[in-house]
Design a protein around this ligand. Structure first.
Ligand code: DON
Length: 309
C-alpha cells in the first residue's frame, strides 16, 4: 500500500506539526537559528517517477549531517572499503553526534563510525582533490547525479556561519591530526566539511536521493547505476545503526527504515525497494533530530507498514 494523494499526505503533515512546539530550532550554527520551527515539508518519490508532496516543497534547506551519507558513498567509491574502514569504524556510539568522549577510549584512535562528527570529518578529509574547491565540486557533482538536478549548490551564508563558529569540530580535527588520522591543514578540512553540510536542496531532491538508496544505488528514472550495490548497502546499514544518532534504536523500532537526519531538520529516508522520502521540519528534539519529521515518519510507517523488520 502506498500514499497516493497530496490530501492524504497533508493530513499526516498537519498531525505531525502539532509536535513542533516540543522542539527547538538548532542555533549553535547561527544561520540555522533563522528557520521557522513550524515549517514541515515532505516528498515521497516512487520508482515510476511519481512524486507526492505536501508543505512548502520549494523551500531549500541545507543537508547538514545528511551529507555524511553522501560523502561516505563518494569516498568508498574513490578509495574502497579497506582504506576507509582503516580510519573510521562501523559501530554505533550511543553518544551525541558531536561527542569527543569515545575518541580517547580507542587505541589506536579511530572514530567509531562515519555518522558522528569525528568520523564524518575523517571521511571528508579522504575526498581526493588538489584543493578544497576541487573536492567540494566533486562532491557537488555526485549530489547532482544523485538528485538529477544540475542546479544543486551550497549556501555560502550557512557554510560561513558554521565555519566561523565550529570550535568543537576544530577540536575534533586537531585531536585526529595529533593522532595521525587527519593529515592535512585543519582549516581546509573544515572548509570542505562546512560547505558539504551547507549543500542545499528541496525535499523533492532529498526524496530522489532516498529513492536511489532504496533501489540499491540505481536511479530508476534513468536506469543509471549511481553507486555500486555494495556501497548502497553499506550506507543503508549505517543509516539503520547510526543514522539518527543515539536515537537510532528507538527509530528502528518505531519507524524501521534506513534514514539519516541533520540539524537543519532534514531527514532522508529510503524504504528498500519501494520509495524515497525527503522531509524538512526544523524543530529538533533533544538529540538533534527533527521532532515533526520523526512523528511524520511514525505515522507513515504505521499506515503503510514501512518497517523492514
Ligand atoms: O557538524 C555539525 O555540527 C553540523 N554541520 C552537522 C551536524 C548535524 O547535522 C547533526 N545532526 N543531527
Amino acid at each position: 500500500m502506498k500514499c497516493k494523494s497530496v490530501e492524504e499526505l497533508q493530513q499526516f503533515v498537519d498531525e505531525a506539526k502539532i509536535y513542533a512546539k516540543f522542539g527547538k530550532v538548532a542555533d549553535y550554527i547561527p544561520a540555522l537559528g533563522k528557520a521557522n520551527p513550524n515549517d514541515l515539508s515532505v516528498a515521497i518519490y516512487y520508482p515510476d517517477g511519481t512524486v507526492v508532496y505536501a508543505g512548502d516543497s520549494k523551500r531549500k534547506v541545507t543537508l547538514q549531517s545528511i551529507s555524511k551519507i553522501i560523502s561516505l558513498a563518494l569516498v568508498l567509491m574513490e578509495r574502497g572499503e579497506k582504506d576507509v574502514f582503516e580510519k573510521v569504524g562501523m559501530e554505533p556510539t550511543g553518544d551525541p553526534f558531536n561527542s569527543i568522549a569515545k575518541l580517547e577510549e580507542t587505541a589506536p584512535v579511530k572514530p567509531l563510525n562515519p555518522m558522528i562528527n569525528a568520523g564524518a570529518l575523517v571521511v571528508t578529509h579522504l575526498i581526493r582533490g588538489n584543493s578544497p574547491e576541487e573536492r567540494i565540486h566533486k562532491l557537488l557533482a555526485f549530489v547532482k547525479s544523485l538528485t538529477g538536478n544540475p542546479n544543486i549548490t551550497y549556501s555560502e551564508e550557512v557554510a560561513k556561519s558554521e565555519f566561523n563558529t565550529a570550535y568543537l569540530n576544530r577540536s575534533l580535527c586537531y585531536f585526529l591530526k595529533q593522532h595521525g588520522i587527519i593529515a592535512e591543514n585543519v582549516e581546509e578540512v573544515l572548509d570542505v566539511y562546512t560547505k558539504q553540510c551547507a549543500i542545499e536542496m528541496t525535499c523533492l531532491d532529498l526524496a530522489r536521493i532516498g529513492l536511489v538508496f532504496a533501489m540499491d544505488g540505481v536511479d530508476p528514472l534513468t536506469s543509471k547505476r549511481i553507486m555500486p550495490l555494495r556501497i548502497a548497502r553499506i550506507c543503508k546499514t549505517f543509516m539503520v545503526t547510526c543514522g539518527m544518532y543515539n536515537a537510532s534504536g528507538e527509530f528502528a523500532i518505531k519507524v524501521g527504515i534506513p534514514a539519516k537526519s541533520g540539524v537543519s531538520g532534514g531527514i532522508l529516508g529510503a524504504v528498500p525497494g519501494r520509495f524515497g522520502i525527503g522531509i524538512f521540519g526544523p524543530a529538533l528534539d533533544e538529540k538533534g533530530n527533527s521532532i515533526t519529521g520523526i512523528k511524520l515518519l511514525e505515522l507513515l510507517s504505521e499506515k503503510y507498514s514501512l518497517s523492514m523488520f
